[in-house]
Design a protein around this ligand. Structure first.
Ligand code: HEM
Length: 465
């Protein structure tokens, strides 16, 4: 006999619509994960969705022999903007393999390493900005970290220096990404008529902004021919080694738009990191001792990254506790003619043969059966043997298997570089001692209304010129 999957009581006809705040879905799911544990289900607009929030079950449904990525809900909605691009392609859609084989080599560890200095110098630009604010040094870090991320993404992947870190107004691409992803998240639980009547133009306008940005990246490359071998060069010119096919002009735009949307998870993680550092001054002291011993007065070079195990632990613990990419969708691989239920945990639970499941990383990453004091920020548990011993289910911050994050090496370097530079160069201070940590967001989650005071580190020499 299997155990029924727990569910909140709900209301007749509307089901669990009141259990999910449509303007903060992931925060609601975090709350339900804390209440119900490893697995729970809800029914919205007649559709059942199962959520997996425990490490062992997450590991089980990441078995690619039994399960695959489910492209539905918000991911299907954002196809309006990017069609069959990497992130949104259905399982089995041929375009995925073509784009993957063309793009993956440009985001390999070696390719990413070649962009070290570009990312580092963008991060130093932000340090320069933040350390010269004078009396106006109370900031919402996410805003500038989003700018930094867009700057580094456009520079490394498209060879285009936007100069948006110090620009007087935010880059329109950032608003386009926010509007399109928020709309994609809200549409599945909103009656279609309401979307059509009131919100029809929001996704359309945001899509226009994002695709115009991508067209500008292409035009910039055409206007400035170069032998730079970056992601843009590959998607504009390379042919898939397996099929000999290239991306169409529209697919080039789709992939360019997808990259800043994917990479926008990184600034959310860094914002959470700043919060964790303020709560844990001992971590800052240990990290600085490592940075001062390894990098010292610099210059900070790519070779240093591998010599900073504590900083890597800080980044991994941030990925664990920020769950900046809050989850991903899975479904059983369809078996022709077989509609028998799918068994989980050796038959403890049963789900329908075509049941969509969402992994909620807020639950998985803080699973008390895996972590002692799961809410504590402890980088040392993510270093060396302690990290190696952790089960695979709690290391899914970059997704799973063949549909895992294609930008994970880029994100890893970006997070390590920015973390090292912020800790080494800047002092952060709490503004509101009563600030209550809360996250919101769409395809990624970030601290809400979080402000800090920032200034150049007082016990260190100024930045190198
Ligand atoms: C902290 C940083 C990041 C995190 C935590 C993260 C997390 C993830 C996760 C969980 C997935 C799987 C989504 C799914 O299964 O539906 C994913 C996929 C993806 N990510 Fe990232 N990501 C990050 C940064 C980036 C960056 C820098 C890029 C751009 C280079 C990027 C581009 C993508 C793309 C295109 C996919 C779809 C891959 C595919 O299905 O083939 N991400 N990411």
């Amino acid at each position: 006999m299997s155990t029924p999957i727990p569910k909140p009581p709900g209301v007749p006809l509307l089901g669990n619509i009141r259990d999910i705040d449509p303007s903060n879905t992931w925060w609601s799911l975090k709350g339900l994960a804390e209440k119900y544990g490893e697995i729970f289900q809800i029914k919205v607009l007649g559709k059942t969705i199962v959520f997996v929030a425990g490490a062992a079950l997450a590991e089980e449904i990441c078995d690619q022999k039994r399960f695959q990525k489910y492209v539905g809900g918000p991911i299907e909605e954002i196809r309006y903007s990017v069609h069959d691009a990497l992130f949104t392609a259905y399982e089995g859609e041929e375009s995925w393999g073509i784009a993957h084989r063309i793009i993956a080599p440009t985001l390999s560890p070696q390719a990413t390493a070649s962009h070290f200095a570009e990312i580092r110098d963008c991060a130093y630009e932000l340090v320069q900005k933040w350390s010269t604010l004078g009396g106006k040094n109370v900031i919402q870090p996410l805003e500038d970290l989003n700018r930094l991320n867009l700057e580094a993404t456009a520079l490394t992947m498209f060879g285009n220096k936007l100069d948006c870190i110090n620009a007087p107004v935010s880059h329109p691409m950032l608003a386009g990404m926010e509007d399109s992803t928020s709309e994609a998240m809200k549409r599945p639980t909103r009656p279609k008529l309401l979307t059509w009547l009131l919100y029809g133009s929001k996704l359309k306008n945001a899509t226009r902004v994002m695709r115009n940005f991508a067209a500008e990246m292409v035009q910039h490359r055409l206007d400035h021919p170069t032998d730079r071998q970056d992601l843009l060069a590959a998607i504009m010119n390379a042919k898939d080694p397996e099929t000999g096919r290239a991306l169409t002009e529209s697919q080039v735009i789709d992939e360019i738009v997808s990259m800043p949307i994917g990479s926008s998870t990184a600034p959310c993680a860094i914002t959470a990191l700043i919060y964790f550092l303020l709560q844990n001054p001992g971590v800052v002291r240990t990290a600085r001792a490592e940075l001062d011993a390894v990098i010292g007065e610099g210059p900070f070079s790519y070779e240093h990254l591998a010599q900073l195990p504590y900083i890597q632990g800080v980044v991994l613990e941030t990925l664990r506790l920020s769950f900046a990419a809050p989850g991903f969708n899975i479904e059983p691989i369809p078996k022709k003619g077989d509609t028998s239920p799918v068994l989980l945990a050796g038959g403890k639970y049963q789900v329908a043969h075509n049941q969509a499941m969402i992994i909620v990383l807020a639950g998985v990453n803080r699973d008390p059966t895996v972590f002692d004091e799961p809410l504590a920020f402890r980088p040392e548990r993510m270093v060396g043997e302690s990290f190696e011993k952790l089960p695979a289910g709690v290391k899914k911050w970059f997704g799973n298997g063949k549909r895992a994050c294609i930008g994970k090496h880029w994100a890893w370097d970006f997070l390590n570089i920015v973390t090292a530079i912020l800790i080494q160069e800047l002092d952060f201070e709490v503004v509101d001692p009563d600030y209550e940590y809360k996250q919101d967001g769409w395809f990624n989650v970030r601290p809400v209304g979080f402000e800090v005071r920032v200034r150049a580190r007082t016990d260190k020499n100024p930045l190198p010129n």
